[in-house]
Write a protein that binds this ligand. Structure first.
Ligand code: GLU
Length: 282
């Protein structure tokens, strides 16, 4: 099977060395074996993404010496496709509208004393899952804003009990999607979630090897479940360690990690930046 990888940044800021590491990992994994490398802009969250950062990503990656195959897929122009995927899940009774605000959920969790924590935060206590159909219909008719949540128990009932994913170098790892609880797959401000869009696009674009930071490894448990529910093919996964600074802290924009642009303005060459990003030669 040909290797097809991708780098899928969200344009919420300028790329830093951690992104360069991720991009070079994906690019190298494809190029070493004559495979394809795709670039996808994950800008579905209009509250955080900005077009000028998309332009900067393309420019910085090209400066770094990366080339990609085919057109860049920009998620925000494909909303109807994600809506169609949501409609398919909804038609099978796997989604339900959730009218709770974040504050209401926090109150409910506080009243319950505690809630298990998942990779995306505290697990939703399931309040709106128990709403009667006529109450749901009335609240939707009254134009109350709502999110769409995956009914995890219903979804798990449709998946094999031994659901797993293949991690390169580790073999098959058992999935535990229940750790996400009733995950949000759409909300008013972000009409399709990262989890839905990323699995949709990896399937659509024929990605066979997903390379990304180990911080996203837990998300793979949910992604495998969505793949099974939607009948999408299963890629292999290679989660790479995160690049850290001299003191061992993970590089992040909020901690002042220098952007690729800043390094370039300081006079560093693409080869020097690739070395700093952990890849001596392209
Ligand atoms: N868009 C995601 C991010 O920038 C990465 C998606 C992925 O590689 O699965 O964190």
């Amino acid at each position: 099977m040909p290797v097809i990888t991708r780098f899928a940044p969200s344009p919420t800021g300028l790329l830093h060395l951690g992104h360069a590491h991720s991009a070079l990992a994906a690019w190298g994994a494809a190029r070493r074996v004559g495979g394809r490398f795709l670039l996808r802009i994950e800008d579905i969250d209009g509250t955080r993404c900005r077009p000028e950062f998309t332009a900067a990503i393309l420019e910085d990656l090209a400066w770094l010496g990366l080339d990609w195959d085919g057109d860049v897929r920009v998620q925000s122009v494909h909303m109807p496709e994600y809506r169609a995927a949501l409609a398919r899940l909804s038609a099978r009774g796997l989604l339900y509208p959730c009218f709770c605000t974040r504050a209401e959920i926090a109150r409910e969790i506080a009243a319950a004393g505690q809630a298990p924590h998942g990779p995306d935060g505290p697990l939703y206590p399931g309040t709106c899952r128990r709403l009667a159909p006529e109450i749901r219909a009335a609240r939707i008719a009254a134009a109350e804003p709502y999110a769409l949540r995956l009914d995890m128990a219903a979804a798990l009932a449709l998946a094999p009990a031994d659901l797993s994913f293949e991690e390169v170098g580790e073999g098959r790892l058992r999935c535990d999607p229940a750790q996400f609880g009733d995950a949000v797959l759409a909300r008013k401000e972000v009409p399709a979630s990262y989890h839905l869009c990323v699995t949709h696009d990896d399937a659509l674009q024929g990605v066979t090897l997903v390379t990304r930071g180990v911080d996203l490894k837990p998300a793979t448990h949910l992604h495998r479940l969505l793949q099974v529910l939607m009948g999408w093919p299963e890629p292999r996964y290679a989660h790479h360690p995160l690049l850290t600074d001299a003191s061992g802290r993970r590089l992040a924009k909020r901690d002042g990690a220098p952007s690729l642009r800043a390094l370039r303005e300081r006079g560093l060459s693409p080869a020097e930046v690739r070395t700093l990003a952990g890849f001596a030669a392209p």
